[in-house]
Design a protein around this ligand. Structure first.
Ligand code: ADP
Ligand code: ZN
Ligand code: ZN
Length: 736
């Protein structure tokens, strides 16, 4: 080993790797994962991390020498780098991009926080050498025990000079110390509680899962909302940590991860639990990282990015609400899915991966049941009742509805709820597209005959267009199903709903939460807090309000256009729609008051809708999986999406066409064309973004790993012109 490959983070350059010579002084101790000091141009000595070794370097230039090793304890292992390499390969991106997402920047830039600490060393304060005031200070210090010097000076209202004097006299000890910033310190006073005794279905599920802990495939716990899944996880966690191993526990969102951490700290003690997500400070991350590497943390809870935290000795990985899209990073690259990475991580540690949900991902359910790794709980804990959704058929109620949007029955329910002093949530599904075409008489949506997804209306060319295969058709005069001429493009935004609701209920406090609001930092949290306090009567929002809200005073949930979620041009639309409606139904009546859920729809007979109404996952799954099979969608294929974009519309389209053509030529040449289907290029649903015109190619890979390898190779070989950007998204969340 002559050279070390090191990782640096340079302002303006970003994270990059460079080769350095290993001097004789360090050649016996240098290890992967160590922090080192290297000379770097005009910047002088900078921090770097060792990520690899080699005996040769390509090119003929003078290589500089590593100055010194900063800390002999490495911060990550070869195994860890192997995982990142695997991720880079799977998601068709480069290693440094993955490293960049995985490693907290503070690790590269700065080291631990060193602070002065102070502690009392003499018990007898009845010493004639000190003043009354100094005596007081010592009493405070004895009460608090060892403290940060700065903090203590503030608390005791004293000065550095006084403290130094006390140290000289031998009453206190002041020393430099690594201070771990613990993001959990807010839960400091949490009293620990014993675990609950599991009951009924919980016991069966727990024992079933225990018998599968050696399984190489993910285990699924499918349990309806409030069936007590979390308590089952806790019991399993206890077993694992008792056996000396550690647990990684992921939740889909920061807010949910924080709630979960609080619950974990209550059950397992704050000392053993840590939290990890993108919003804890770099300093806190650095400290948690160190503690993880030193195996001081037994349970790490977090959001998506926690899958990259270097938890050692993993005995179990749990991913709760596994169906949530938030586990997938869409932008920027690496466009990874924490579930996929976790599966790999679990294999590395020979640990089981447990996924849980009330509305599992169709592919997860398919694999788990095929592998006999499926465990189900059908009842709520203590048999608590569900709020039964009621369907408002807009084919009947639409005409009399306020502005064709808010039906009479919903208006009545809203006013009655307000009269009782209770609160209302009104939901517009997902994103409100005004572009799908639906028959108002029978509810039929115009779909592409080849792809089974809604056709999208393009007003510029006055055509309906399929965003998978590019098929075009003119706007039909009559409904192909019932012959009515009541076809129209539909969809309304949350803003409009807010206006209408204010018109109808001028005395109520109305607020709106959607992605516009989310742009303003904290505005969304403030609104939710106000809602929780009862200062808002009616909350209007997109799907983001359906998650995690646990407000006992909410007794009415209205879904205004329950169809729109199903009519997004995406093969997963039915699944997402079903999940959303099932989850949102769980938001009403969580307290002592009985809740009501109203779904407005033009399509009351649609299967996904019917099953969401009765909360029948199994039936939904059975219909859905058949259609996936028929159209070769996941789990029967893998989708890889390429997006080509450019400021020049023509150039973007041209390069997309060239790539599709080359890909087709290649697949034909190798006899794969039947198994590697190229769809498009088509303009993206969001045709222009930040001034860039976007075209997409969808690849349906029916050859699993072999097909994936083929495409990776193909993508690595092609060169993209400078004015064109290409984004590769493996297993994309949506194709908008
Ligand atoms: P899920 O995770 O399936 O939504 P939870 O685990 O949060 O459900 O359980 C719902 C509620 O029921 C929680 O308040 C939980 O504390 C309570 N609960 C669940 N199982 C038990 C049990 N075995 N004993 C006592 N309370 C339980
Ligand atoms: Zn019709
Ligand atoms: Zn099509």
């Amino acid at each position: 080993m002559k050279y070390a490959l090191v990782l640096v983070n340079i302002k303006g350059l970003g994270v990059k790797t460079f080769s350095y010579l290993i001097g004789d002084d360090i050649k016996d101790v240098i290890q992967i994962g160590q922090a080192v000091l290297v000379p770097f141009g005009r910047q002088g000595l900078i921090n770097a991390f060792v990520v690899g070794f080699s005996d040769y370097i390509s090119g003929d230039f003078k290589v500089k020498k590593i100055n010194k090793i900063l800390d002999e304890t490495p911060l990550f292992s070869i195994k860890y780098l192997k995982l990142l390499e695997w991720v880079a390969n799977y998601y068709c991106t480069d290693f440094v991009t993955v490293l960049n997402a995985a490693l907290p920047m503070k690790l590269i830039e700065k080291n631990a926080k060193v602070e002065l600490s102070v502690e009392p060393i003499v018990n007898n304060t009845e010493d004639s050498r000190i003043t009354k005031r100094q005596k007081e200070i010592l009493t405070i210090l004895k009460e608090r025990g060892k403290s940060s010097l700065i903090e203590f000076e503030e608390i005791a209202k004293t000065s550095r000079a006084t403290m130094k004097k006390l140290a000289e006299l031998g009453f206190v000890k002041i020393q430099e110390e690594y201070i771990y910033r613990n993001p959990l310190s807010i839960f400091k006073d949490t009293v620990t509680e014993p675990l609950f005794e599991l009951q009924g279905e919980q016991i069966t599920a727990y024992e079933g899962i225990k018998s599968k802990l050696k399984s190489q495939n993910p285990i699924l716990l499918h349990g309806v909302t409030a069936s007590g899944k979390t308590e089952v996880y806790f019991k399993l966690i206890k077993d694992v940590i008792d056996s000396g191993k550690n647990v990684l526990f992921l939740a889909p969102e920061i807010a949910l991860a924080s709630q979960l951490t609080k619950r974990l700290a209550k059950k397992f003690g704050i000392k053993d639990v840590a939290i990890w997500h993108s919003s804890i400070s770099d300093g806190e991350k650095y400290d948690v990282w160190q503690r993880l590497y030193k195996n001081e943390i037994r349970i790490l809870a977090g959001a998506r990015s926690a899958v990259f935290a270097p938890l050692q000795n993993i005995g179990l990985i749990i991913i709760d609400e596994e169906h949530e899209g938030a586990y997938k990073q869409t932008n920027p690259a690496p466009r990874y899915d924490a579930r996929v990475v976790a599966k790999r991580l679990a294999q590395f540690h020979q640990a089981p991966l447990l996924l849980g949900s009330a509305t599992p991902d169709v592919s997860t359910y398919y694999y788990a049941s095929n592998n006999n790794n499926l465990f189900e709980m059908h009842k709520r804990y203590n048999d608590a009742p569900f709020a039964k959704p009621q369907v408002i058929n807009m084919q009947e109620h639409g005409k009399a509805a306020y502005r064709n949007i808010i039906s009479k029955p919903l208006q009545t329910e809203i006013s009655e709820t307000l009269e009782r002093g209770q609160q209302v949530i009104l939901l517009m599904n997902r994103r409100g597209y005004s572009t799908y075409t639906q028959c108002k008489a029978c509810g039929t949506v115009i779909e592409c005959p080849d792809c089974s997804i809604p056709m999208i209306w393009h007003s510029s060319i006055k055509q309906l267009k399929c965003h998978y295969c590019n098929k075009e058709m003119s706007f039909p005069e009559f409904c192909p199903q019932c012959g009515s001429d009541a076809l129209s493009t539909s969809g309304v935004g949350t803003q409009k709903i807010e206006v209408l609701i204010k018109e109808l209920f001028p005395d109520a406090q109305v607020a709106r939460i959607d992605s516009d609001i989310l742009m303003k930092k904290n505005a969304h949290i403030e609104l939710l807090a106000k809602f929780q306090k009862g200062e808002i009567d009616i909350l209007v929002g997109t799907q983001m309000i359906a998650k995690g809200l646990d407000n006992p005073n909410v007794t009415l949930v209205g879904v205004l256009s329950a169809d729109s979620g199903f009519n997004v041009p995406d093969y997963r639309a039915s699944e997402r729609g079903f999940q959303l409606l099932t989850q949102v139904a769980g938001r009403a009546g969580r307290g002592d008051f009985k809740g009501k859920v109203l779904f407005q729809t033009y399509n009351p007979d649609y299967y996904a809708f019917q099953n969401a109404k009765t909360q029948n996952y199994k039936k939904f799954f059975e219909t859905e999986i058949k259609s996936r099979e028929e159209f070769d969608y996941p789990p029967f294929s893998q989708i890889i999406r390429l997006i080509l974009s450019s400021e020049n519309n023509y150039r973007a389209e041209k390069s997309a066409m060239e790539i599709a053509l080359r890909l087709n030529t290649m697949t034909e040449k190798f006899g794969f064309s039947e198994y590697l289907e190229t769809l498009g290029p088509t303009p993206c649903v969001i045709e222009k973004l930040n001034g860039f015109y976007r075209f997409q190619i969808l690849i349906k890979n029916k050859l699993s790993q072999k097909g994936h390898d083929f495409i990776t190779k193909f993508l690595n070989k092609i060169t993209i012109p400078k004015d064109i950007r290409m984004a590769v998204d493996v297993d994309p969340l949506d194709i908008l």
